[in-house]
Ligand binder design. Structure first.
Ligand SMILES: Cc1cc2nc3c(=O)[nH]c(=O)nc-3n(C[C@H](O)[C@H](O)[C@H](O)COP(=O)(O)O)c2cc1C
Ligand code: SF4
Ligand code: SF4
Length: 251
């Protein structure tokens, strides 16, 4: 059973590829959480997997919260995760390992892959060029062709792109990001909006409604940026940070 989260489709692509390779089933974490589905029973020897994007050099808080609430009938015998990120994941492995060890489970394998950048909510952050994005996706597909057979054989391994200043980024910047940079009140919509409702439908947290045809954000946001990236007329902006930066989602 593979639990996944994805805002802009990168991690969904990775989760679907792994699930196909392992002949496994997928559970979308926000949906399971919304429906209060936290209790699971694994078949004997069944793998337990997680796939998610790296958010500020750590697993997204919603993934860690979900793991905290999960209840398994028996301890998993093989537990893995795969994470996607634009560049580097800091101490994601260590943070994830601690979260599962608190449940009495142990991590068997993990790997990180680079996918096109989705975060542009602050000055200085920008998307990949089309060429770079294509290169990253091709490299990820190649990396998965290497890792999936290892998951099939239930090998223990860790292949993570940690990057520089990892402790500082994961333990100092990350808590600050979660506290101060996940504020959806900075989202606003320009006059270009054609009231199509796409942003409502793509939000994994069902955080957007159309009020008199205009998107309204309701404060339950993980800053996945799916609403911004999917708008067909680029009418959504996040403060001034996203202006003129273009859009991307995995297709
Ligand atoms: C809120 C947010 C924070 C991010 N933080 C990081 C990061 O710390 N390191 C990194 O390399 N990429 C970071 N990214 C980029 C994403 O991890 C990357 O683009 C990922 O593949 C997006 O996955 P998705 O399409 O499944 O949502 C961040 C993206 C978002 C939206
Ligand atoms: S996706 Fe864009 S155009 Fe469609 S309702 Fe949302 S903001 Fe308006
Ligand atoms: S409101 Fe936008 S950024 Fe926030 S969770 Fe929904 S789609 Fe993601």
């Amino acid at each position: 059973m593979i639990f996944y989260f994805s805002g802009c489709g990168n991690s969904k692509h990775v989760a679907e590829t792994i699930a196909a390779g392992l002949n496994d089933t997928l559970v979308f974490i926000p949906e399971a959480a919304r429906e209060g589905r936290y209790e699971y029973t694994l078949a004997e020897g069944e793998r337990l997997g997680f796939v998610f994007p790296v958010y500020s050099w750590a697993p997204p808080k919603l993934v860690l919260d979900f793991i905290g609430k999960m209840q398994l009938a028996a301890k998993p015998t093989y537990l893995f995760f795969a994470c996607t990120m634009g560049d580097e994941c800091g101490l994601t492995e260590k943070i994830f390992r601690k979260a599962v060890e608190q449940k009495g489970w142990s991590l068997s394998a993990c790997f990180s892959v680079q996918m096109p950048e989705t975060y542009i909510g602050m000055p200085g952050f920008k998307l990949d060029t089309d060429e770079n994005a294509k290169r990253k996706i091709e490299a990820t597909d190649k990396a998965m062709r290497g890792c999936i057979p290892r998951l099939q054989k239930k090998e223990s391994f860790s292949k993570m792109i940690v990057g520089s200043l990892a402790w500082l980024k994961s333990h100092v910047v990350n808590p600050g990001f979660n506290r101060f940079a996940t504020d959806d009140s900075k989202y606003h919509v320009t006059e270009a909006c054609i009231h199509c409702g796409k942003c409502v439908n793509v939000c994994p947290l069902q955080n957007i409604t159309l009020e008199n045809g205009k998107p309204t954000w309701h404060g339950n946001c993980t800053i996945c940026m799916a609403c911004y990236h999917h708008c067909p007329v680029n009418a959504i902006q996040y403060g001034k940070a996203t202006k003129g930066k273009g859009q991307y989602f995995f297709s």
